[in-house]
Every structure is written in structure tokens, then in C-alpha cells.
Design a protein around this ligand. Structure first.
Ligand SMILES: Nc1nc2c(ncn2[C@@H]2O[C@H](COP(=O)(O)OP(=O)(O)OP(=O)(O)O)[C@@H](O)[C@H]2O)c(=O)[nH]1
Ligand SMILES: [Mg+2]
Length: 701
């Protein structure tokens, strides 16, 4: 394979809703270009870019995966992305590595939530987008309907550049509006071969209608073209294409194509169009990187070989026998196999052994990669997704990919206790592989918590744990980290006295407890006068109280937000020591705490739901049913309404799943910890009873 320079490279993310035909289309594009020898299939588990065991087992994409098609002296890098919302992080990573998006919409189902989401994300990033209506061969395929849907739901600036010949089982060709030629495919031949003909009579009327629309749309984006058009002049194909490419860059036009990934119909036209209309890797949008490991000063990044190297890792996969494979976009400079680079974020060096490009699961070694290209390398020592590799002379950090925030949390346990250590290691490796999969230890509930983008996401993570790290793990509903606090002041004594043969123990203190405002924590005030407790023993009283307050008196949850004043006590010249005064502190807590009107505090999250207005009533009603307190609503640009509410964590379990099903997957939400509030009495009673039962069970065991 020859070397490609940036001007001969296109980086395209293939995005869309789940099961819209992206993986099948990528396979078809690579196959008809001749870059792969075999046309794989998602159903058989042989598709080029669905090669992870988790993907072939389930029949859908989970990881962003790279393939390429060499076409018309150009290397088209295709980033196949997952459509399910649970794996959205990888779809965002795919867009981050690309300069343009191919948004796939099935001719049968049309525009769905995932289509909308990914289209908007591509536009937000300023990437040109082409639409491909796939599955044109399927029963009930309807090109016109999908076109209208895109127009209504996504953008009025979509414009067909092709017309299908036949639809559904009769689909057998595409007519290009620019060339006025039809590609007619022979039934049963799946190699992408076609015959070129004039516009078939049965599509002439549609052709004329769409042709008119196309030329008007392009003219509308360019004054000189408009003038030419209004004066009745013919617009040449070259002028029209150049006009379209410019309009696409400004996101004023989004061309629409049609194809069947299964039959390889219409795929060559898509390849040619990517070469013609999509920006090459050197034309990428303006990009700045931060200089050095810290600091905000930036430097412009250009996809030129002569510039310093800057490559960003957008995906890492951990494989049992290979180790980590890091996929990167080379945004600037050129690299050769064996080069040594630095990771400015983590300040280590990395050697690029066996520099490669990926064709699905196959990695093809290459001697060199030029600015703008996408490649991969195995076994980097300490470089993870989102890190930048650059040179020692010009260390830079590219802006981090903005991965979506997690929406679901579960507790995770190794099925076999002996595997606990392997579990922790595996979980952290999974996080390195996928930044949207998070792990942390909750020291209040003593549970390891995993967080992700949905139930499916966490379930797939468990499969990976088993396959890659040999650990069987289970997910359970996370315990809620309740706390306790006081509502009233009280005072009393803690007296520890023990006489056991030799030297005794003696400690005695008088303390006053008082509630503090929410979030103040713990405060200890020494008010001893006249040495009723010697100086050196006072910190021991403090320690004793703190130690005891870890288990509150109501339900054993940590006691917070209170003040302790120690104001009197007594001691014994021989028998007193630190240990005795710590015991006195513990006893004082046990005596005084129950008199301070202890109450249960529950953790609350602030959540923000963005929903189309159609579902607003349902979402609000549901939030109220979850004891939510609505803070406010406001319009959310182009989507519907943004609702802000504070909801107890105990009521938010599997909220992500409920809100998805309530809104047909059209709402999105974010949550973050807000604080603690007193739990309503009936909630508190239940928690206290549960905790008492739990303690009884523990004693019984
Ligand atoms: N008849 C027909 N079936 C297709 C076509 N493209 C895809 N399919 C089938 O539709 C199903 C989904 O296709 P995929 O290519 O996996 O879709 P995807 O968009 O990659 O799905 P995710 O990875 O889940 O986002 C598979 O069973 C394919 O075989 C097509 O053009 N025609
Ligand atoms: Mg797929």
C-alpha cells in the first residue's frame, strides 16, 4: 500500500441511530473499493468493524472501529461508530477523530433519536454532514418519506443528490443528479458492479423535480451562481460541485444519497462523493493546542508534515494477549515507526513500535504516517484515551474530547471474593479503555460503584471483565449513603473507670452537643478551664467522639453537622491516660447523642432533564412521584424544555432507563450531587427499620 498525504486523505465518521446499517455500509464501502477481499455481514459476525467478541455475540457495535477504502487515489478513513446511546462516548470519539460525518438513516425506520443526536453533535462540531439512506432494498423502504423526515426533524438544508431506481425489493439503481447518469445494478450480483445508463424513463419526473431543487439550493448559497441561474444559464457540474462543497463546509447544505449496504448498491457513488465533497485532512477546522503540560497558552495546529507532531488518542482497547491498542488521529506533523514521542499530560516518553493502520481487526504495519491520518499502535506504556503525543521540543496537549457524563450507577462485587483484586484492576483498565465508564469507591457505604451511560453499557462492561480479565462480577443496586444529624442541643457525661488488678483506667468528661448548619461537618471546642482535664488528654476526648460518630444512633449512618464543647471533667493522677479519655469521649457520645433529637439525612441530586415538549407533562409528573422538587423550567434551544429539579438519590435508581422509555429515548439528562436534607419521617422510619433488621441478621450469623 502506498503512502497517503493529508490532501489525499478523508476522515469520515459514520454515525446514526442503532441498527441503521452503519457497520454494513462501512463493510460495503471497504469491499467495493477493493480494500477488503470479502463482504462481511453483521448477522454472521463477520462485519469488518464489529470484531470484538461483545459485538459479534450481540450483533451491534460497541466500540468505534477504523477501516479504510482506497478510492480514486484517496484513502478514505471510515470510523464506524455505535448507534446505541449507551455507547455514545465512542460515537463522540469517532466524530472527534474525523473531519466530516456520514449520517446513516434507514429507508425503513427513518429518523430516530440517535440520528437526531449525532447529526446535532456533528453540526455542533462544525463538521460537514452527508446523509445516506440505507437499506433501500428492504420491504417498505421509502426514500421520499425519509427525505421529508430529515427536512422536518433535522434540517431544512438537506438536498438529494441522487434518486433511487425502484424501492424495496425492486431497488436496483441510483441516478446521480450531477452527472445525469444512472448506475443500474444486476439482480443477484453483490460486487457493486453496475451498468451506466441514461436516466431511466420511470424516474425522469422525480429526477426533474429533484434536479430543479438541487440547482436552486446550490445557487441560493452562492451569489454568482444565483445570478447565473436566474439569467437562465446552465451551471456546469464542476461549478455546482465546488459550490456544494463550500456550502457544506459552512453547513448550508447537506447532500442526501441512497444505498444498500447489504447488496453493495449505490456504494461506489458514496465513495466518489466523499472524495469530491468532503474536506481533506489538511482542510480540517481551526484547532489550538495547549503548550506544555500545564498552562493555558495555546498554539495553532496545522495538518502539515513540516510542523511538530501532535497526535491525540481517541480510543484504547485492552486485549488479553496484545495489551492496549491505542488509536490516534495525527493532527500535525509526520511520524515514522520507531519514533519516540512524549506524553505531555503524563510526562512520560512512548515509542511507536509497529506503527499501523487498522482495517477492522487487522493492523497493517506502515513505515510512516502523514499529517492528518489516523493510525494505531500497541503497547504504549502509560498513555490513555484523550492524551496527546508530541515531541520533546514542542510538547502540546490537544483539547480533550468532551465525553458525555454518566447517568447510571450500580454497585459491583466479584462473585468470588478471592477475585476482588483482579476486579479492581479490570475495572480500572476498562475505564482507561472507555472514559464514559467510571469507577469509584464509596467509603461511606463501602461499595465499589461503577457508573456509565445505561444498563446495556454496564452489562457489556461485565462481559468484558469476564472475557478479558477472567473475573465474574455482579451488579447490585447501590446502597444509599444516608447520614444522621442532631436537631437539638443536649449535654451529659462520659465516665470511663476500670479497676482490673494492677493499674486502673480513668477518664471523665462533660460535653455539650449542638446542631450545626447543613454541610458544616464537625467542630470541637475546648472549654476546659482550671485543668479539670489535663491538656494532653483533651484531643483524646475529641478522637473518641469522632470515632463513635461514624456510626450514628438511629440507623448506624455517620453523624454529621454538629458541634462538641467539652466543658468539664475529672482525672486521676495515676490511672488517667489517653486511652481512658478516648473511652470517655465514646461513652459521652453514646449518652448524649440520643438526647439531641437525632434525624436521618438523605442525599439529594440536582438533575437537569431536556425533553421534547410532548413529554414534558409525563417527565414532570414522574419527578413529583419521585419526591422531586422542581426548581424551574426553561426553553431548551431546538429541543424542547429544560427541567431542573432536586430529587432524593434513593428515588433515582434506574432513572436513565425510565426517562428513556417515557420519552422514546428523546430526552437527555444529567445529575450531580446536591447535598443532604432531612428525610421525611416515613422514609426515615423505613431506613431505621431496615438497618435494625440488618443488624439482627448480622448478629444471628
Ligand atoms: N436488507 C438490508 N439489511 C441491512 C442493510 N444494512 C444493514 N442491514 C441489516 O440491518 C441490521 C443492522 O445493521 P448494522 O449494519 O449492524 O447497523 P448499525 O447501524 O451498525 O447498528 P449499531 O452498530 O447497533 O449502531 C443487520 O442485521 C444488517 O444485516 C441493507 O442495506 N439492507
Ligand atoms: Mg454498527
Amino acid at each position: 500500500m502506498r503512502e497517503y498525504r493529508g490532501t489525499e486523505i478523508r476522515n469520515i465518521a459514520v454515525v446514526g441511530h442503532g441498527a441503521s446499517g452503519k457497520t454494513s455500509l462501512v463493510d460495503a464501502l471497504a469491499f467495493v473499493s477493493g480494500s477488503t477481499k470479502r463482504h462481511g455481514s453483521v448477522r454472521d459476525g463477520t462485519a469488518l468493524t464489529d470484531y470484538a467478541a461483545e459485538e459479534t455475540e450481540r450483533g451491534y457495535s460497541i466500540n468505534v472501529a477504523c477501516a479504510f477504502a482506497e478510492w480514486q487515489d484517496t484513502k478514505i478513513n471510515l470510523l464506524d461508530t455505535p448507534g446505541y446511546l449507551d455507547f455514545q462516548g465512542d460515537a463522540i470519539a469517532g466524530l472527534a477523530a474525523a473531519d466530516g460525518a456520514l449520517c446513516v438513516v434507514p429507508a425503513t425506520h427513518g429518523v430516530e433519536t440517535g440520528t437526531e443526536l449525532m447529526f446535532r453533535e456533528a453540526v455542533r462540531r462544525g463538521d460537514p454532514v452527508m446523509f445516506a439512506v440505507t437499506m433501500m432494498d428492504k420491504e417498505h423502504a421509502d426514500f421520499d418519506r425519509v427525505y421529508r423526515q430529515i427536512k422536518e426533524r433535522l434540517t431544512a438544508k438537506v438536498i438529494p443528490v441522487e434518486v433511487p431506481v425502484g424501492e424495496g425489493p425492486d431497488f436496483h439503481g441510483v441516478v446521480n443528479l450531477f452527472t445525469r447518469k444512472a448506475h443500474v445494478f444486476k439482480k443477484g450480483v453483490k460486487t457493486g458492479e453496475y451498468q451506466e445508463t441514461d436516466v431511466p424513463p420511470e424516474v425522469q419526473a422525480t429526477f426533474d423535480r429533484y434536479y430543479q431543487e438541487l440547482i436552486e439550493s446550490i445557487s441560493a448559497t452562492d451569489d454568482s451562481l444565483l445570478e447565473q441561474y436566474l439569467e437562465g444559464g446552465e451551471i456546469s457540474r464542476e461549478r455546482a460541485i465546488a459550490g456544494m462543497k463550500e456550502a457544506m463546509k459552512r453547513m448550508e447544505l447537506f447532500p442526501l444519497f441512497c444505498a444498500s449496504g447489504e447488496l453493495n448498491y449505490g456504494t461506489q457513488a458514496i465513495l466518489s462523493t466523499i472524495v469530491e465533497l468532503m474536506p481533506n485532512a489538511v482542510e480540517m477546522e481551526e484547532l489550538h493546542a495547549f503548550k506544555g503540560a500545564e498552562g493555558d497558552s495555546t498554539v495553532e495546529i496545522h495538518a502539515e508534515d513540516s510542523r511538530p507532531v501532535a497526535a491525540q488518542i481517541f480510543k484504547t482497547t485492552a486485549e488479553p494477549h496484545i495489551g492496549d491498542v491505542s488509536f490516534f488521529r495525527l493532527f500535525s506533523g509526520s511520524i515514522a515507526s520507531g519514533d519516540e514521542l512524549v506524553n505531555a499530560t503524563r510526562s512520560g516518553t512512548e515509542k511507536l513500535n509497529h506503527l499501523s493502520i487498522a482495517q477492522g481487526k487487522d493492523r497493517i504495519e506502515v513505515p510512516r504516517l502523514h499529517a492528518g491520518d489516523i493510525g494505531c499502535v500497541a503497547k504504549l506504556r502509560n498513555t490513555h484515551t484523550n492524551d496527546t503525543l508530541s515531541t520533546r521540543e514542542h510538547p502540546v496537549r490537544l483539547p480533550a474530547i468532551d465525553f458525555p457524563a454518566t447517568v447510571i450507577q450500580m454497585a459491583v462485587h466479584a462473585a468470588n471474593r478471592a477475585d476482588e483484586e483482579k476486579l479492581q484492576m479490570g475495572l480500572h483498565r476498562l475505564h482507561d479503555e472507555d472514559p464514559t465508564f467510571e469507577v469509584h469507591y464509596n467509603s461511606e457505604t463501602h461499595e465499589t460503584i461503577v457508573a456509565g451511560l445505561g444498563e446495556r453499557h454496564l452489562e457489556v462492561a461485565l462481559s468484558k471483565l469476564k472475557r478479558k480479565f477472567g473475573v465474574t462480577a455482579e451488579l447490585t443496586r447501590p446502597k444509599i449513603a444516608y447520614r444522621e444529624t442532631f436537631k437539638a442541643r443536649a449535654e451529659g457525661q462520659g465516665r470511663h473507670k476500670k479497676q482490673s488488678g494492677g493499674r486502673g483506667q480513668f477518664g471523665d468528661c462533660w460535653v455539650r452537643f449542638a446542631p450545626l448548619p447543613r454541610g458544616s461537618g464537625y467542630e470541637f471546642v475546648d472549654q476546659i478551664v482550671g485543668g479539670s482535664i489535663p491538656r494532653q488528654y483533651i484531643p483524646a476526648v475529641d478522637r473518641g467522639i469522632q470515632e463513635a460518630s461514624v456510626r450514628g444512633v438511629l440507623a448506624g449512618y455517620p453523624l454529621v453537622d454538629f458541634k462538641v464543647e467539652v466543658y468539664d471533667g475529672s482525672y486521676h493522677t495515676v490511672d488517667s491516660n489517653e486511652q481512658s479519655f478516648k473511652m470517655a469521649g465514646i461513652l459521652a457520645f453514646k449518652t448524649v447523642a440520643p438526647r439531641c433529637k437525632p434525624v436521618l439525612l438523605e442525599p439529594l441530586d440536582e438533575i437537569e432533564v431536556v425533553t421534547p415538549d410532548d413529554y414534558m407533562g409525563d417527565v414532570l409528573g414522574d419527578l413529583s412521584a419521585r419526591r422531586g422538587h422542581i426548581l424551574g423550567t426553561e426553553p431548551a434551544d431546538g429541543v424542547g424544555t429544560r427541567i431542573r429539579a432536586v430529587v432524593p438519590q434513593a428515588e433515582l435508581h434506574s432513572y436513565a432507563t425510565s426517562v428513556q422509555s417515557m420519552t422514546q429515548g428523546r430526552a437527555s439528562f444529567r445529575r450531580h450531587f446536591k447535598g443532604y436534607e432531612e428525610a421525611p419521617n416515613e422514609v426515615a422510619q423505613k431506613v431505621i427499620e431496615d438497618s435494625a433488621r440488618h443488624r439482627e441478621e448480622e448478629v444471628a450469623h
